[in-house]
Structure formats: C-alpha cells, structure tokens
Design a binder for this molecule. Sequence first.
Ligand code: CU
Length: 171
Amino acid sequence: MLKCLLATAIAASLAPLAVTAQMASAELINTAGAPIGTATLTQGPNGVLVHVKVTGLEPGKHGLHLHSHGVCATEDGFKSAAGHVGLKEGGHGLMNPEGPEPGDLPNLFVAADGSGQMEAFSDMLSLEGGANGLLDADGSSFIIHENGDDHLSQPIGGAGARVACGILTMK
Ligand SMILES: [Cu+2]
C-alpha cells in the first residue's frame, strides 16, 4: 500500500513538468534562403531556455537576438523582422546599465568548420503571455548577425548585418 502511494506521489510530482513544458522552434535560413540550423525555446517555470545549432556560418562570434516580428524576408536582408523584442531606446546590451532589452542574448560561437551551438536562459522572456510574449500577434524571429555583439554599443552592439533568420513557431 505504501509503495503504491509513493509511486502515485512520484508520478503526480513529475506530471506537471511534462504537461507544462511548452516548446517553440525556428528553422534558420541564410540570406540566400538556404537552411542553416535550428533554434529551440523551452518555457520553464521562471523563464525560457534557448538552444541554437547552426552549420555553414563564418567562424567566430555572432550576435544573436530575438526580433519583434515573425518575418524572414531574404529580399530585404531580414530587416522586416524589425527591432529587438522589448526594444528600448539606449537599452541594448547585456552589459548596459540601462539594459538589457529582453531580446538580447549571449553571442553564438562558430567553429572553423562553420558549425556552432549555444544555450542560454532568460527570465525576461516567455513564449506566450506577459509583456514580452514571443508568440504574440506579430510573432518573433531569431536573427543571427554578421559580427559579435559587444553587449554595450547602441543600438545592436556593433553586430552588423543580419546573416540568418528563423520565424518562431509553437512545436
Ligand atoms: Cu539583432
């Protein structure tokens, strides 16, 4: 009987995790429209876990942000993805005393063979609901920039052109 109760208690304590773990993902494309990787976001109880995996990018550091429109148009160099999620004048950068903007993320590091990965956690984001819900009416997109983000310069940390984009959709 006790064993049975324990098993039930363990099952009950594990169940909410399985039920509430919402996931969203974005298929990343380069400026030629070719697929180069995937970004995955998992909603946790106090924030969002971000995982990005790419191939075929220039080696080195690349700025990585969530932009406020779920649009990836190669014709305009991904400009129609608009600015960062939670854009705030003068507020860009993880190391900025006036920041960061919720869409700001740590850099993605790409190896000599063009492959790269990063994982990060943000308590300023949520998939749905809240001021910075990513899957709102106009959606959101992942943007990878040409250069690293210095986490301080305005408005995008000196990260340069947009070299990859992916529209976030619920999994
Ligand atoms: Cu950006």
